[in-house]
Design a protein around this ligand. Structure first.
Ligand code: GRG
Length: 316
């Protein structure tokens, strides 16, 4: 008998495979149109460097159609928009003025492979291309608010209300060594929580809300999915911090131990590894319970109940 985790893995792989096919056959050809050749090569290098494709998979799973049929074309455009934003954020995060990393996904970072100016511009172009992709969504039944809602959700996750402000707080904390005008430990904990809710969690939450917005019953599921997205973002970040302490260059595909060397405020630095691991377990249990509240099919229930296990045990 197949375990629920292997059913989850099959679902994840099938969402991911549909996304990869769409990226190659529709998104990259669209991106190459009217793009300067060096710019396209740089964007393609980063977009196809591997990666779990978590955000497109989350959008597809919350939409609930994995067949890759004409009907699911819209969610694949949304997945492409999310992956473009995510890829741009990694390119810019790796730059010398930010995290200054030489490796990403086991390969040289974009600014090591191309001139730094090309890496900056590739990130810029991917960011605006993501919003252009929303214009490709057709929707059903002439829903007049669909495109403005999709744009609003994508902006909330990626822009000033989400990821970019999270990145600013993160850099500010690193610069000011966690004090940033905050007088005691409780304030530091609060700042760390806000930083990660915005930097990592906001785009994860938006991925779920974007896929969901394509469904006819989107309104009744939105609140529970939003709460699930917030907890999932936190789980993702705590796991990421643990991996930075326990992972290897080989398993991570990037340099481990950077947080500690730069004196960065992280969950393990504040709470210790043991407490972080029990926080992971608590979040996994809560996520599993929330999944029951919004899941509308057995497949969806398995996917969203097992996802926290996958996120918590990942090696990169
Ligand atoms: C530069 C505006 C701007 C934002 C950067 C997301 C981000 C903000 C920085 C990335 C730094 C980082 C390692 C954050 C931790 C969480 C995270 C986003 C990890 C990478 O995401 P995965 O594991 O990557 O989904 P793959 O390679 O699988 O796509």
């Amino acid at each position: 008998m197949r375990s629920e985790f292997s059913e989850f893995s099959e679902l994840f792989q099938s969402y991911r495979a549909s996304f990869e096919t769409f990226l190659d056959s529709r998104t990259l050809p669209l991106l190459s149109q009217r793009s300067a050749p060096e710019l396209f090569e740089a964007m393609k290098y980063s977009l196809t460097a591997g990666g779990k494709r978590l955000r497109p998979v989350l959008a597809a799973a919350s939409y609930g159609d994995r067949a890759g049929t004409e009907n699911s074309r819209d969610v694949l455009y949304l997945g492409s928009a999310l992956e473009c934003i995510h890829t741009y954020s990694l390119i810019h995060d790796d730059l010398p003025s930010m995290d200054d990393d030489d490796f990403r996904r086991g390969m040289p970072t974009l600014h090591k492979k191309f001139p730094e100016s090309t890496a900056i511009l590739a990130g810029d172009a991917l960011n605006s291309f993501a919003f252009y992709l929303i214009s490709k969504v057709e929707g059903k039944n002439g829903d007049p608010a669909l495109h403005s809602d999709l744009l609003e959700i994508l902006h909330a996750g990626s822009g000033a209300p989400g990821m970019v402000s999270g990145q600013i707080y993160d850099l500010q904390m690193e610069r000011e060594n966690g004090t940033a005008g905050f007088k005691n430990g409780q304030d530091t904990i609060e700042l760390l929580r806000i930083t990660h809710r915005l930097k990592t969690g906001a785009l994860i939450r938006s991925s779920l809300l974007l896929g969901n917005r394509l469904r006819p019953d989107w309104i009744v599921r939105e609140e529970s999915l939003s709460g699930y997205g917030e907890d999932l973002g936190l789980l993702f970040q705590i796991t990421d911090d643990i991996l930075d302490v326990e992972g290897t260059q080989e398993s991570l595909g990037k340099t481990p131990g950077k947080d500690q060397r730069s004196g960065k405020i992280t969950y393990p630095a504040l709470y210790g590894l043991d407490r972080c691991k029990s926080m992971v377990k608590e979040l996994q249990d809560r996520l599993s319970e929330t999944a029951v509240r919004f899941s509308s099919s057995p497949e969806e229930k398995i996917f969203f109940q097992e996802l926290p296990e996958y996120i918590g045990q990942r090696k990169n």
